[in-house]
Write a new protein. Structure first.
Length: 382
């Protein structure tokens, strides 16, 4: 039986856990990270690679802005090219009502120092002739773009290891308890003593709630993704559409990655896959926006297992029941962009008990309040 003692134990080697491991080592703490498989093999490695700030809820703006400042220098921080391309992200409007929505969103974003460019349908046509004619307008986030999800979390893990973190793959954490002074954590042939525990277990994070007498309405989300054969590079922006019906981007080597809508997944057997009906519907919707997509061959399709919450916001912050336990999970299909900032935020929570970036909106207790509120409203109605 191997026995180790560290300042911080992290469950989960996705982008959240791995970026936290690096930040914590840089802050001088001893760190051990455990993943039941390979680092970056779950949601963090199979996502659409979208690095976007626009379209986010107002409470996520400080976090997404913090992350956006890190992405352009991430290759230097990690010492590897993670294929981040700051091509810009364009959200298309199909109606005047959508245009109005984009204007409102741009005004909110401006308050957070994110300056979205609002383009009329005519300007979109002139600047991007490959966009279909039915577009009423668009908003463009020039700082946004995409990266290769296969590369990012493993690169964080390698960088954390190079800085002295103990990264253990194929090490499922089976149990954990708080003794009153420290955590005792068990994995096969391993006992870990840690002052702090980070629950970055993604879709599996519920286990580390119930172990500590907490709960949250965490469910499973399985976004549907697919990729086409490579064609000459023409799509110079990442694309999304108001209403979120479909999103897509072209990589430099020519393939177009598309997503949107539900795939299929089962957490108990750790399987996720695409749904043909979703894929075909999304492809048709995408071709209506960008006609050049029509007729391209789909060469692969997939999905992934991601934690989902009713208000589509993550749970980030201190546990209510257990000292020194930090939760960071339930990113509802849009956590990849946030990952680099989340590592720093988790590090601040460990070191100072609070984050420089506002995260109150993501506290686990918000669901208690909602439940209480729902009960109160139901009581008033009857
Ligand atoms: C198909 C898909 C498309 C997406 N597209 C985008 C996008 O374009 N842009 C964007 O911003 N976001 C996107 N997302 C969301 C983004 O991928 C996630 O929010 C983010 O990767 C979550 O990171 P994580 O570290 O919390 O979770 P994960 O990457 O799932 O990592 C959690 C890790 O915990 C490990 N683990 C769990 N339980 C244990 C245990 N008991 N012991 C040890 N290890 C354990 C797992 O093995 C896993 O590796 C997408 C997600 C999916 C699934």
């Amino acid at each position: 039986m191997d026995k180790i003692s560290v300042d911080v134990a992290i469950v989960g080697g996705g982008i959240m856990g791995c970026s936290a491991a690096l930040a914590l080592r840089k802050a001088g703490l001893t760190v051990a990270l455990f993943d039941k498989g390979l680092c970056g093999a779950q949601a963090s490695g199979v996502n659409a690679g979208g690095v976007r700030q626009q379209g986010r809820h107002v409470t996520e703006m400080p976090m997404t802005r913090r992350a956006a400042k890190i992405w352009p220098r991430l290759h230097e921080i990690l010492g590897e090219d993670i294929e981040f391309r700051q091509v810009g992200h364009m959200r298309l409007a199909r109606s005047e009502a959508d245009v109005e929505m984009l204007e409102k969103h741009a005004a909110m974003a401006r308050e957070h120092d994110l300056h979205l460019q609002l383009l009329s349908g005519k300007v979109v046509q002139e600047m991007f002739p490959w966009v279909g004619r039915k577009i009423a307008g668009a908003s463009l986030a020039v700082e946004d773009g995409h990266a290769n999800p296969r590369l990012v979390a493993p690169a964080f893990a390698r960088a954390a290891r190079a800085h002295g973190a103990d990264i253990r793959e194929f090490t499922p954490v089976e149990s954990a308890q708080w003794t009153g002074q420290h955590f005792e954590i068990e994995a096969p042939d391993l006992q870990v003593k840690a002052r702090h525990l980070v629950n970055a277990a993604g879709a599996w994070a519920g286990k580390f709630l119930s172990l500590f007498g907490e709960s949250a309405p965490l469910t499973l989300r399985t976004p549907n993704l697919f990729v086409t054969e490579p064609v000459s590079y023409f799509m110079t922006k990442s694309i999304a559409v108001c209403g979120g019906a479909v999103y897509f981007r072209q990589v430099e080597r020519g393939n177009v990655v598309l997503g949107g809508g539900p795939g299929w997944g089962d957490l108990t057997i750790e399987r996720a896959r695409n749904r043909a009906d979703t894929t075909l519907g999304q492809f048709q919707r995408a071709a209506e926006l960008v006609p050049e997509l029509e007729g391209l061959q789909i060469i692969r399709s997939w999905s992934g297992l991601e934690g989902d919450l009713p208000d589509k916001l993550p749970i980030v912050g201190m546990s209510r029941t257990t000292p020194n336990l930090i939760h960071a999970f339930g990113f509802c299909g849009h956590g990849f962009q946030l990952g680099p900032a989340m590592g720093e935020i988790i590090c601040e929570l460990v070191c100072e008990g609070r984050s420089q970036t506002p995260i109150d909106a993501f506290c686990i207790s918000r669901f208690d309040t909602q439940a209480v509120e729902q009960k109160r409203t139901a009581g008033a109605t009857h």
